[in-house]
Design a protein around this ligand. Structure first.
Ligand code: MCN
Length: 816
């Protein structure tokens, strides 16, 4: 047995997972087939709001292969099952019951009303068409402001309001900063002050993971096994038990390889609950796998906010205050963390800047649309967009360079640790270093010169430069902070390590990767900690039987929280191994040096490897009295702080002023995610994140018609960019190690998405600002850009409600 010497952490290793994930030769939930398994299909309401008068399932029941057809009263006769929400953000928050299937009323187009169980998936879907539902249509409310108006139709009549909650943070009241109203009056009353207001719209997005949602439930053993394409197997297990009144110890949840989630798979789904209930009822395994269109309709959506932003500053560009008033669309129900998504952004609008006074108020609103919930960045992309757009607008108003105004206001590297106006303490950062590197890579000055030339020559293609100097808070999260925000769980993570008799290592982690490469990164960490070869480490996850404790993967938490738990468990294993080594080599523990997997008696050539110790421990013929004969340990780590990655993203966009078409010419980003475990994975995370952020800026938008029907329910209408639509990214890193975890790492999973949207929109606006444009609503489709240049309304040109929305017009117009 040999020990490794070259450190694994920092190596750009290809992922262990690649072979199976890239070829697709692996176990996805939909690949699972069990003896006697039935297929479940769900009938979904075509109406956004209606009374269910009658459901006639007679014909469907007699269709070939059909075993059963159930409605709400069959699955939940008492009408008491309520899907969970884990984040009651205020004591008086309104929480409508979200049923497994709608019983009396449907509240969004796509809500389930009946399920068919059949021998094959095709038979189940054929039978859906034979179910006859009588609906009595009710008025819909789709727009948040209309929903809050007096006399608006109510999404849930029993709540007597469409307001879900009102949540406020005020730095004056919290004692973390000044009073915003004073800052506004001062700026109004002074020749040296400026008050700038803007309204931004965060359009609704649809998470488009590669693998639609799927679940298989097997009720035939002592423990019921639930396979699900979920990001949160542990949360699903506990929540399914609580929601359905099942004994938790009788449940086993397995998330096999999961084809992406991006926040869209953190829920506890009505579909999962329906599958559990019917499997129990019939005593047979049941599978449900959705189609892409079903997924786009019924899986939760993201974003959907209206942001009214006020900033106050002095004429030299020094910020003096910021006021944020949000409307956040919940859709028709609350998912696991729906109402908390805007709250995750509340502490990020101030970003990297020193803002003396800050006020945030959010009104959460119900509408007759699919519910919203976490989507990559969850609250933080929205916040970053607002502040980074405002910094550009302020610079334009004051005639200053947009980078200069940022530099003037950002926290200087020597000021860390820095406590912000929101009360968060940023541990480390160096905005100057990341910016300097990005500016150099981008040729900022050269591009500004070209921009001036194009403006002067009246070129029909204009050039714009967009900046986003972002930070974010991730690594969710210190449990006590979550508690103070009324979140219904902690933020710790668990790991266990066991050395096997042959010296190989099994690592059990509570994080549940669905594309992030934890098996590789955790193997690198453990290889270094224990000094064993990378290939000798196996990482087990996503099965509540082996990985028996965990809080799963979201909020870019896995490395800083879960990876740290792995380090802590490894340290405990080394402590045990040291005792054993001292016993074996008859020396004091203090006389031992441990390096590269080998214990050496100081000053001698006497040594033994940790892998040999694993075998001796297994034999247990001779071991010290104060240890158990096993080389294993577990650790649960609760972070003391969030992690605060940051970076500078620069985008050059060409805008064809005749057609409104945007072409991204170059995109440079320098991210600082602290110490890096695997640079290749980090690069991949940044690329994927950028694609999603750019997609929000230019392409994606969920559109509903006036009756509440989703008109962008396929990839022909919902413009998801492909690699060919994106520029080649120039990425680099600076490294300011985090002090909040022993790895020195900061999260990266959401960074690219959070940073990129404002960089792109700033570039587009910058290209045409001299034509009188100071904002373009997202996505900046050719129609919207053209309309902004020509001072027209894109909506009246096309009609957002006309079906297909602005996004689809771009597609059919071939203007991408
Ligand atoms: N990493 C590293 N060095 C760092 C930071 C991270 O090597 N300084 C590595 C980690 O070891 C891990 C990966 O980068 O392998 C991401 O780590 P982290 O930032 O901790 O994020 P999580 O693993 O918790 O992943 C969650 C994050 C989120 S919130 C979304 S949304 C998202 C994302 O990850 N969804 C994804 N990336 C995704 N990638 C894929 N392929 N699919 C998704 O659904």
């Amino acid at each position: 047995m040999t020990a490794t010497v070259e450190p694994e952490v920092g190596k750009a290793r290809l992922r262990k997972e690649d072979a199976r994930l890239i070829t697709g030769r692996t176990r996805w939930t939909d690949n699972i087939t069990l003896p006697g398994m039935l297929h479940m299909a769900i009938l979904r309401s075509p109406m956004a709001h209606a009374k269910i008068v009658k459901i006639d399932t007679t014909e469907a029941r007699s269709m070939p292969g059909v075993v059963a057809v159930y409605t709400a009263t069959d699955l939940d006769p008492d009408g008491t099952i309520a899907l969970p929400n884990a984040w009651p953000i205020t004591p008086d928050m309104k929480h409508p019951r979200r049923p497994v299937l709608a019983a009396d009323t449907v509240n969004f187009a796509g809500e389930g009303v009946a399920v068919v169980l059949a021998m094959t998936d095709y038979q189940a879907h054929d039978a859906l068409e034979a179910i006859d539902v009588d609906y009595d249509e009710l008025p819909v409310v789709l727009d948040m402001e209309a929903a809050l108006a007096d006399g608006a139709p109510l999404v849930h009549a029993d709540l007597e309001t469409n307001q879900n909650a009102f949540w406020v943070f005020d730095s004056g009241a919290a004692g973390t900063g000044g009073d915003i109203e004073a800052a506004i009056s001062e700026a109004h009353g002074s020749d040296d002050g400026i008050v700038l207001k803007r309204r931004f719209r965060q359009q609704r997005l649809i998470p488009a993971f590669m693998e639609p949602r799927s679940t298989v439930v097997d009720p035939t053993a002592a423990q019921m096994t639930i396979w699900s394409a979920t990001q949160v197997p542990h949360i699903l297990k506990t929540m399914a038990a609580l929601t359905l009144g099942l004994p938790e110890h009788k449940l086993r949840v397995i998330a096999p390889d999961v084809g992406g989630g991006f926040g869209g798979k953190i829920g506890v789904l009505p579909e999962e609950c329906a599958a559990i209930l019917v499997a129990q009822k019939l005593g047979k395994p049941v599978k449900w796998t959705e189609s892409r269109s079903e997924c786009m309709l019924a899986a939760h959506h993201g974003r959907d906010q209206i942001q009214d932003i006020t900033i106050t500053a002095r004429k030299d560009g020094t910020l003096t205050g910021m006021k944020v008033e949000l409307l956040a669309d919940m859709g028709a129900y609350l998912g696991l963390v729906t109402p908390g998504v805007p709250i995750l952004g509340a502490f990020m609008f101030n970003a990297i800047y020193k803002i003396p006074a800050y006020h945030f108020a959010c009104t959460n609103v119900f509408t007759n649309k699919t519910l919203t919930d976490a989507y990559r960045g969850a609250g933080r992309p929205e916040a970053t967009f607002a502040i980074e757009r405002m910094m550009d607008e302020l610079a334009a108003e004051l005639g200053l360079e947009p980078m200069e105004i940022r530099e003037k206001n950002w926290i200087k590297h020597e000021e860390f640790p820095y406590t912000t106006v929101c009360g968060l303490t940023y541990d480390t950062g160096n905005y100057e270093a990341a910016t300097a590197k990005a500016m150099e890579m981008f040729d900022y000055q050269g591009l500004r010169r070209e921009q001036a030339q194009r403006r002067e020559s009246g070129d029909t293609v204009q050039l714009g430069i967009g900046i986003s100097t972002y930070t974010e808070m991730c690594g969710l999260a210190p449990s006590r902070v979550l508690g103070s925000l009324s979140y219904g769980a902690g933020g710790w993570e668990h790991a266990a390590i066991r050395m096997l008799p042959t010296g190989k290592v099994e690592v059990i982690t509570g994080s549940s990767a669905h594309g992030q490469g934890h098996e590789t990164a955790w193997s690198q960490i453990v290889a270094d900690q224990l000094g064993v070869p990378f290939d000798d480490v196996e990482v087990l996850h996503g099965d509540t039987q082996s990985s028996y404790k965990g809080l799963d993967t979201y909020g870019s938490r896995s490395l800083t929280v879960g990876g740290t738990a792995v380090v802590k468990a490894a340290e405990k294993v080394v402590v045990k191994a040291r005792k054993m080594a001292a016993h074996m080599m008859e020396c004091a523990e203090d006389d031992l040096e441990f390096a590269a997997g080998k214990f050496t008696v100081r000053g001698t050539d006497k040594s033994t490897t940790i892998q040999d110790i694993a075998l001796s421990t297994f034999f247990a013929h001779d071991y010290p009295e104060d240890i158990e004969p096993s080389l294993d340990a577990e650790a649960t780590f609760d972070p003391e702080n969030f992690s605060f990655p940051h970076g500078t993203h620069l985008c050059a966009a060409e805008v064809d002023t005749e057609t409104g078409r945007v072409r991204l010419r170059s995109y440079v980003c320098v991210d600082d995610v602290g110490k890096v475990i695997n640079p290749l994975i980090v690069e991949g995370q940044v690329h994927g994140g950028l694609a999603q952020g750019i997609a929000q800026a230019l392409y994606e938008e969920a559109v509903h018609d006036e009756s509440g029907t989703l008109t962008t329910g396929t990839f022909a209408d919902y413009l998801l960019p492909s690699a060919a639509d994106l520029p080649s990214f120039s990425t680099a890193r600076t490294e300011t190690p985090a002090t909040s975890n022993p790895l020195g790492a900061k999260g990266v999973g959401e960074a690219g998405t959070i940073a990129s949207t404002p960089a792109v929109v700033n570039a587009v606006v910058d290209a045409v600002r001299h034509m009188g444009v100071n904002d373009i609503e997202m996505p900046c489709s050719p129609m919207r850009v053209w309309a902004a240049i020509n001072n027209r309304s894109a909506e009246s040109e096309v009609g957002r409600e006309a079906g297909g929305g602005l996004g689809s017009i771009d597609a059919s117009g071939g203007a991408r």
